[in-house]
Design a protein around this ligand. Sequence first.
Ligand code: ZN
Ligand code: ZN
Length: 448
Amino acid sequence: MKCMNGSRWAHLGGSRLIAYLVWAIVVCSCLMAVPNVAALACEEPLCGAMRIRVGIPCDGEVRLGSASEAIPLCVCEGLELSHALFRPAEDGSIACVGPDGVCTILSSPVVVGLDEGASDAGNARSSLIWLDDKKAVYKGWFELSVNADGDLSLVNVVDLEDYVAGVVPYEIGAFSPFEALRAQAVVARTEALSRLGRHGDEGYDLCSTTHCQVYKGAGAELAYPAVREAVDSTAGEVLFHGGIVARGANYHACCGGLTESEGDLWGTDVPYMHTVRCGRELDSTGDGLDMSEEDEVRRWIQTPDPDDYCYGSNGYRWRVEYSQEALSKILEPIIGLDASIESLEVAARTPRGTAVRLVVRTSAGDHEVSGEYAIRAALGGTRVIKSGVFVVNEDGNPPTKFEFEGAGYGHGVGMCQYGARAMALEGYDYISILEKYYPGATVGSLKP
Ligand SMILES: [Zn+2]
Ligand SMILES: [Zn+2]
């Protein structure tokens, strides 16, 4: 990027528009039942121009700086600075305070990039922008704007492959076996494509939290070269199903032995995200399985199977205990003050056993919570109640103690990440891993 005056900013906007149109054409083509992978191929440099707009959390103001002393930060309207502080100013404009304390008022949006004309050969950090006193470094460029509430909004515009490299280490761990990193790269790329524009109303495609995918820039790929290798060696590869780009590729930490069906959990049937067994058997589909009765779920939870790929991992089996007082406090937003919990009843489960409707019976009446995520959040948070596959043991009448026993960590749909890591350690490649957890889907390339 060169330092931009107003007209160059307009040019940049035009480039972005073209990139979006290319994306739209590719994605729309995919959705219109294109018969094969080759039909989706786009010509370079268009594939290389695929960019993702990622919303980065911003707390009132933000500091940005160049990670290289030789290359200045370029702020629209021709400012060249080593670093600067940005904050909302009057009338929706943005104040930019440089290292010398000089404040320049800029109209929103403000583009902050690097002057690529400056040379810093051999420095791997030369094309990076640091954020918030160097706590994190990012590729691409930033766009700052003031939203309707008068708050600063920060967007990192980054090439698809750089985005994937900023997701993989935070979603599966940079130390994961190489083939598991490659599987995660394909899945993260597929998710990015399928969810493009999800936050369009907020001015970006994807957020950088677990809602979309955790993305924290280039720090981890610089520290762990295997991350970049995994991304580069699968560049442009995504999941396909029925000859078109797959409409998503959910994943989670640990399935507990059985993955969840997207259709059963969220109501939209996706043929390659049905239940599969996370074990070593050849036929691993869970079609026809019915674990919707509590006894079946209890039996599953209480019989851990060393043959499960995710056996023994964090959340494979878990247990949480609450006193009557503690659980009443946690459920207070739902049951109100001074209500005593008489029982918890899982009123509906998916065939895999995931609780999707919970009835809380109290001295002041019954209350209902619907949805796997909402139930976990209501009962103490999704890090405590690690999955929707649980049973409740009550002690006393009315109960003085509630014990939750569960299996799995996360929603359970799609790839089990601990399972993927175990498969990689046993010598399976990323294609085999993906074919196991997304049966019927194949890995294909968007590039020629
Ligand atoms: Zn999101
Ligand atoms: Zn598993």
